[in-house]
Design a protein around this ligand. Structure first.
Ligand code: AMP
Ligand code: TRP
Length: 331
């Protein structure tokens, strides 16, 4: 069976950008790639590359696990687990660092962005892409569904895998990214030139999956747009409207051209009202399932099953790599 691998950091409440850029895609893939097994995890080791409050982190881990399932991922062909519960992830990250150049890590735009915002930068923030490469290579992933911002990390992962394969013939599967056509980069509602992000200090910049209906409507109605008043897609000159059209397209699985055609004679007000209703209706069942899951013991059972399944594969792969490299004793 082929493998699909992905992860999300438990660094804040999940917003509609993360949902449309990744989780919604996981659900669609699970329905269409019936011969693939999914290893999906909560990237808590990645989260601590920037200091976190421990109680908040623990809460976010549980919340993210419930969100994954509430969004419609099915238990079959799925191992859902917490990254830090599988020691092989940290071990593999170190081994991969031995095959990664400083120059490659220095070029990572996510590192440059995040480092700029920190008073002091941990070395783990710098080596973050090697942990991510390990997450993927441990499971010999065929595909990695991610949003646009992770493309560069995926390219690095592929380069590293090919470099290692050059020395140890086809040891790793070289993974392919799967990036959604619409929704790979949802922008902030307050400033459509920056990505919608969990860490934006301005809560008006995003819609969180668990937000109340009236908050969702308020956020959409007050989203920044231009004053031209005509509905058509122009990312450069009308970034706010383009972002809202992208949101609608991604939720509805419709092309931007179809949305443009449907709204060409309508006002921004009508368009925003329709979008708000659409988003509210789409998120309602997710919120309901979330409330059930967060209270039940089922979550823990699923995470434990996932841990056991992932551990088996990951441990074997890292031990094999140790042997290839000549580490430890020969058995
Ligand atoms: P993160 O929340 O940074 O751990 O990202 C989890 C996943 O969601 C990654 O695959 C990201 O590429 C994706 N993602 C995060 N923010 C957005 C956004 N604003 N638009 C689209 N995808 C996103
Ligand atoms: N770095 C990703 C992000 O910030 C999360 C992540 C960690 C990930 N490990 C991964 C995504 C492995 C896909 C595969 O969004």
């Amino acid at each position: 069976m082929k493998h699909i691998v992905s992860g999300i950091q438990p660094t804040g409440s999940i917003n509609i950008g993360t949902y449309l850029g990744s989780i919604k895609n996981f659900v669609a893939l699970q329905n269409s790639y019936k011969d693939h097994h999914f290893y999906l995890f909560i990237a808590d080791l990645h989260a601590i590359t920037i200091p976190k409050d421990r109680l908040k982190l623990r809460k976010m881990i549980k919340e993210l696990a419930a969100i994954y399932l509430a969004c419609g991922l099915k238990e079959e062909r799925l191992s859902l687990f917490i990254q830090s519960e599988i020691p092989a992830h940290s071990q593999m990250s170190y081994l991969i660092q031995c095959f990664t150049y400083m120059g490659e890590l220095e070029r990572m735009t996510q590192y440059k962005d995040k480092a700029q915002k920190q008073a002091s930068v941990s070395s783990a923030l710098f080596t973050y892409p090697t942990l991510m490469a390990g997450d993927i290579l441990l499971y010999d992933a065929e595909y990695v569904p991610v949003g646009d911002d992770q493309k560069q990390h995926l390219e690095l992962t592929r380069d590293i895998a090919q470099r290692i394969n050059h020395r140890f013939e086809d040891f790793f599967k070289v993974p392919k990214p799967l990036i959604p056509k619409v929704g790979a980069r949802i922008m902030s509602l307050a400033d459509p030139t920056v990505k919608m992000s969990k860490s934006d200090a301005n809560v008006k910049s995003r819609i969180e999956l668990l937000d109340d209906d009236n908050i969702i409507r308020k956020r959409i109605m007050s989203a920044v747009t231009d004053s031209e008043g005509k509905i058509y897609y122009d990312k450069v000159n009308k970034p706010g409207l383009a972002n809202l059209m992208t949101l609608m397209g991604a939720v509805k699985n419709e092309s931007l051209a179809a949305i443009e055609a449907a709204y060409q004679d309508k006002t921004y007000q009508t368009f925003k009202e329709d979008l708000a209703t659409l988003v509210i209706d789409h998120l309602r069942p997710i919120k309901e399932r979330y409330q059930e899951l967060i209270k039940s013991d089922k979550l823990d059972d699923i995470l434990e099953k996932g841990r056991i399944e992932a551990e088996k594969i990951a441990r074997k792969k890292v031990m094999k790599f140790n042997h290839k490299l000549g580490l430890g004793r020969k058995k």
